[in-house]
Design a protein around this ligand. Structure first.
Ligand SMILES: Nc1nc2c(ncn2[C@@H]2O[C@H](COP(=O)(O)OP(=O)(O)OP(=O)(O)O)[C@@H](O)[C@H]2O)c(=O)[nH]1
Ligand SMILES: [Mg+2]
Length: 452
């Protein structure tokens, strides 16, 4: 229950129905006097009884969210009042909206394209500053504009090629093939860049996956707890304490991270622990960042071989690797010595190495700095794809464009090449909804909440 509730009504009957219930200054509101975008204070009266004291805003088509005539009634938050008002409205000829129906109507009425409609859902569910920024950019139409530009260039080319078909007897070439090849390569690069941004875009939306890995007893669970500031995972000096993976999200300076504590790596014949270690490997492969935890109470050779063992599992092309030399509270100043030695022996500048004591919360800021350093893209303005539907469409567009390229290389007939081009255009157009079906719309909007 909130202090107030807002009931929205959209459609040609919205204004007559609501105004017939609304008394302002003791008189029924005259429908002809209603000014759009203005808030009216009054009483909702049904069959002579007072329902509530309300504020009502009217928005006349096309100047409303849906593009239709709309009324928004702010009532008191009581569940009873809400129910009662809905009942009355339904008796007067309204019906309940389906999930996402307001946004769907807005899309159908050309208020925005499909990618922007989806951005609204993302905006509502955004949990961090970065996720919010991406949603806002998509809502403003940044992503749509990029797609539009690509489409219009490709469309021009397709039109020229299809013109050639009309003159097929005369063997003319309207579309300059070498120019087409350049354009194709540019578009393909652009599509691929957008497609590849999904890995990061998705990570930002759902939390950047950070796998915490290392041998047993190095302090992985202690580190997770220290980062979260709570006793989330069981910590003990028994090797093999954590068997299943444990995930928790944490917002650090506007970026949502998903930390994943994993089962410690060691040779074991124990069935459950083996399954746990398999999961550790899977989590490493899915992560964007890998934190390798090393136990500095061991001798240096053991530390180095453990670091190498983890490094071998990390795909440094796509994953940032951070090594944590843990338990430095037990050392004097050997932590720094180990760090320098490791840096030398691993001989890889892209690996970030930090020292800390998870148990005593010392040096955690070193790790946090390293995390921030590892995410440069999250602060840039380039478009990131966060929606799996868009990702799939881009993937298909990319394949079709590759086919066009191949077709041009192999000099296959123009009509076949232009078919592949049309296919690529279809996929790009499906993102913004230029080309769409009822079924697609149904699936997209059914995921919205009711009333949105
Ligand atoms: N002195 C000291 N001990 C620590 C530190 N971090 C963890 N420990 C201890 O190391 C032991 C193992 O810690 P855990 O966090 O359970 O280690 P783990 O890596 O999760 O171990 P597994 O789940 O078995 O793989 C516990 O006794 C912790 O108290 C630290 O910074 N300093
Ligand atoms: Mg553990």
């Amino acid at each position: 229950m909130g202090a107030i509730a807002v009931v929205r009504i959209s459609g040609p009957e919205a204004i007559p129905i609501v105004s017939s219930l609304l008394q302002c200054n003791g008189k029924l509101l005259d429908i002809n006097s209603i000014i759009s975008n203005k808030v009216y204070y009054g009483h909702l009266i049904y069959k002579g009884g007072l329902l509530d004291e309300v504020l009502v805003a009217f928005f006349k088509a096309p100047h409303s969210f849906t593009g239709e005539d709309t009324a928004e009634i702010s009532i008191h938050g009581s569940v009873y009042v809400q129910q009662k008002l809905l009942e009355v409205l339904i008796l007067m000829g309204c019906r309940m909206a389906e999930p996402g129906e307001f946004t769907r109507r807005a899309f159908v009425n050309g208020k925005f394209d499909l990618a922007q409609a989806e951005a609204i859902a993302d905006l509502i569910s955004s949990e961090s500053e970065t996720a919010h920024r991406i949603a806002v950019n998509q809502l403003k139409g940044g992503f749509s504009k990029e797609l539009q530009m690509m489409r219009s260039k490709l469309l021009e080319m397709t039109a020229l090629m299809e013109l050639e078909l009309d003159f097929s007897e005369e063997d003319v070439e309207f579309a300059d093939r070498s120019q087409l090849k350049v354009l194709l390569q540019e578009t393909l690069n652009h599509v691929n860049r957008l497609k590849d941004s999904f890995r990061l875009g998705n990570a930002i939306k759902n939390g950047v996956p950070v796998a915490i890995v290392g041998q047993t007893n190095t302090g992985k669970s202690t580190l997770l707890n220290a980062l979260l500031g709570e006793d989330r995972a069981i910590v003990s000096d028994i090797a093999g304490t954590t068997r299943d993976t444990i995930e928790e999200t944490l917002n650090i300076d506007g970026v949502l991270y998903r930390f994943i504590d994993t089962a410690g790596l060691r040779h074991t014949d124990e069935t459950i622990e083996k399954i746990g270690i398999e999961r550790t490997f899977k989590k490493i492969s899915e992560a964007l960042l890998v934190i390798g935890v090393l136990d500095s109470t061991l001798d240096y050779d053991a530390i180095l071989s453990s670091a190498r063992e983890i490094a071998a599992k990390v795909d440094q092309q796509h994953q940032q690797f951070i090594l944590c030399i843990n338990k430095v509270d037990t050392l004097d100043d050997k932590g720094e010595t180990y760090k320098n030695q490791l840096r030398q022996d691993l001989d890889d500048d892209s690996i970030l190495i930090v020292t800390l004591s998870a148990k005593h919360g010392m040096g955690l800021d070193n790790l946090i700095d390293a995390l921030k350093q590892s995410q440069p893209l999250t602060h840039s303005d380039t478009t990131l794809v966060t929606n799996i539907r868009h990702y799939e469409a881009l993937q298909n567009a990319s394949l079709s464009l590759e086919q066009v390229q191949q077709g041009l290389e192999d000099n296959i007939p123009t009509d076949l090449v232009s078919q592949d081009l049309r296919q690529a255009l279809f996929y790009l157009g499906s993102i913004t909804g230029e080309i769409t079906t009822d079924e697609i719309l149904g699936t997209i909007f059914s995921r919205f909440c009711i009333g949105k």
